[in-house]
Design a protein around this ligand. Structure first.
Ligand code: NAP
Length: 289
């Protein structure tokens, strides 16, 4: 029941009508009996600055940030968390009303790493990432600082993979983390996979309505000592996940990344543990799974 004491959370993006976040967050807020509501806000790029100052003036407690604002929001915030700064993208904003400050975080990559960690310990693992776009960038920075031994980034456009690898290396040096990071052409995937323990596919291959696209890797080059995480979440059983099952690889579904990025945002805003099972059920319901 919305009343005079209701606190507001939300998500900004352009477009915004397809967001799954309100269902997940409102289920979590209701389960804990909190007087909060989570709403979608359609914010055009030219209105981003005024949306942030307006949200501050309205006493909004927190926002998720989605495409196309994740990078452009940074200059409008007072503070950026370390990993979000390295990635250069923010998907969560906390409005600290007492200190009158806005703080930006990136929980996307946290979501991916937490989902994988549930199934396999990351320590000393050899990891490869396919794709070198926005999602790959977030995942690469986070996983490189999670205790792994080696990271190989493969992309169709090799220069993008190389630039990302250079950027990750540069930042790890500042943090005194010494792991082997390489970039390769996507054509080298079979060879890289034979030496890898974790594959994270960040390409959109197999995403609905292209469910039957040939996946980045087929069962003949996957193996049973490999964990395969496809970050595409519609459909749940992507063509890559099907191939991974044929090869007896362990699988991590893409929706788990979406779930855990939301869980982390919830915890940042509310300073308390999120009800994971309730939020997972709400997310699966809204995804039609
Ligand atoms: P992006 O910035 O456009 O990057 C896409 C990457 O995929 C690029 O490196 C691109 O290679 C590669 N790629 C695209 N089509 C390809 C093809 N046919 N063959 C080989 N490589 C191809 O996209 P993004 O923002 O990183 O998002 C990527 C996917 O992740 C989307 O499907 C998105 O829905 C999903 N995602 C999921 C979550 C989650 O919570 N589960 C979160 C974020 C994103 P080139 O550089 O050669 O073009």
């Amino acid at each position: 029941m919305v009343n005079g004491k209701t606190n507001i959370l939300g998500v900004i993006g352009d477009p915004i009508e397809h967001t799954f976040s309100p269902a997940m967050h409102n289920a979590g807020l209701n389960a804990l009996g909190l007087n909060y509501i989570y709403l979608p806000f359609h914010v055009l790029p030219q209105n981003l600055n005024s949306a942030i100052s307006g949200a501050k003036s309205l006493g909004i407690r927190g926002l998720n940030v989605t495409i196309p604002h994740k990078q452009n929001i940074i200059p409008y915030l007072d503070e950026i968390d370390g990993i979000a700064e390295m990635i250069g993208a923010v998907n969560t904003v906390k409005f600290d009303l007492e200190l009158d400050r806005t703080i930006g975080y990136n929980t996307d990559a946290y979501g991916c790493i937490r989902a994988i960690s549930e199934v396999m310990d990351l320590k000393d693992k050899k990891v490869c990432i396919t794709g070198a776009g926005g999602a790959a960038r977030a995942v690469a920075f986070q996983i490189a600082t999670s205790g792994i031994a080696e990271l190989t980034i493969l992309n169709r456009n090799y220069n993008k993979a190389d630039n990302l690898a250079i950027d990750v290396k540069k930042n790890l040096k500042k943090m005194d983390i010494d792991i082997n990071i390489e970039s390769r052409k996507i054509e080298d995937l079979a060879g890289v996979l034979s030496e890898s323990e974790i594959l994270i596919d960040t390409t959109p291959l197999g995403m609905h309505p292209h469910d039957d696209d040939k996946p980045i890797a087929t069962a003949d080059i996957l193996h049973e000592d490999l964990l395969v995480n496809d970050i595409v979440y519609t459909p749940m059983e992507t063509s890559l996940i099907k191939e991974a099952k044929k090869a007896n690889s362990k699988v991590v579904y893409g929706y788990k990344m979406l779930l855990y990025q939301g869980i982390r945002s919830f915890e940042i805003w509310l300073d308390r543990e999120a009800p994971v099972e309730v939020m997972e059920k709400a997310l699966l319901d809204v995804l039609g799974i």
